[in-house]
Design a protein around this ligand. Structure first.
Ligand code: BV8
Length: 233
């Protein structure tokens, strides 16, 4: 892809991390297969059974410390594209729905983690966050409130407002190329970004294992570690 584009926005979903070994949500044996969304990814679920929610996220947080878990060629290709585009005087914004740390580890810099991050925890009342790599349990209370609050994963659950939406829409307004990678396009407001970008005149491209049914100007299909490096080369 010769750099004819100056303002590129990329949205990634679970599919870009699949070949690194992280389960997606809706594929066979995906994360949601073994859990009801309502039980583990809603504030009500956390209210009802915080121990279950902690268990769900502790398992996923622990996976990030596995030395076998590495950014893959797709993560690395996006970090390289950002460097190349910045050198050419362009702008690059990576919006991820993923809560793993593989884009950061691949070297991506202008990154919006709109659904939060596994390695961060949050006080629900003060909204203060802190870096956290270990298990979280109902024994962990905040030290910023009286009475102390149950600390929770810094994850955007269903019904909660994603992080930095203003920055997302600002980038989408200026984009001349929008690429959606490894996302089923089922979850809003991220699922609406393609239409927003297209409405602002961006060329829209889907890179995925298979067609998702979203409307894009172009699509290239196959494993992300193949189609992403090929497309951004
Ligand atoms: C909000 C954190 C209000 C949890 C997640 C109707 C219209 C609009 C909104 C709604 C609506 N009905 C309900 C809503 C609200 C709801 C929503 O969209 N629900 C859906 C189910 C209909 N949205 C919300 O609640 C959001 N908040 O609306 O607040 C608001 C909004 C704006 C302003 C003011 C107020 C909050 C949503 C965030 C929920 N949290 N994650 C956690 O991670 O544990 S969402 C969760 O699903 C993941 O984070 C992920 O981001 C998301 C989507 O999943 P994908 O990443 O796409 O993964 P999936 O498995 O689905 O697909 C994988 C894809 O990869 C597939 O296409 C597959 O083919 C592909 N693939 C697989 N392997 C590969 C591959 N591709 C390439 N290579 C491979 N090797």
């Amino acid at each position: 892809m010769s750099l004819i584009y100056r303002n590129i926005v990329v949205l990634t979903g679970a599919g870009i991390s699949a070949e690194s070994g992280i389960s997606t949500f809706r594929d066979q044996n995906g994360l949601w297969e073994n859990h009801r969304i309502e039980d583990v990814a809603t504030p009500e679920g956390f209210q009802r059974n915080p121990a279950l929610v902690h268990q769900f996220y502790n398992l996923r947080r622990a996976q990030l410390k596995d030395p076998k878990l590495q950014p893959n060629a797709a993560h690395l290709a996006l970090a390289e594209l950002e460097t190349r585009l910045l050198k050419a005087g362009g702008h690059f914004t990576l919006i991820t729905q993923n809560v793993d740390n593989l884009h950061q580890r691949a070297g991506s810099r202008n990154l919006i983690s709109m659904h939060g991050q596994l390695q961060s925890i949050l006080c629900p009342r003060s909204r203060k966050t802190r870096h956290w790599e270990n298990d979280l349990s109902v024994e962990h209370l905040c030290d910023c409130c009286d009475p102390p609050q149950l600390l929770r994963p810094d994850i955007v659950w269903f019904g909660e407002v994603p992080y930095r939406l203003d920055d997302c829409y600002q980038a989408l307004t200026e984009a001349d190329l929008f690429i959606a990678i490894g996302t089923s396009g089922q979850v809003y407001p991220a699922a609406g970004f393609t239409r927003t970008a297209a409405g602002n005149g961006a060329h829209t491209v889907e890179l995925n294992l298979e067609q998702t049914g979203g409307s894009f100007d172009a699509g290239y299909y196959g494993p992300a570690t193949q189609v992403v490096p090929a497309f951004v080369a």
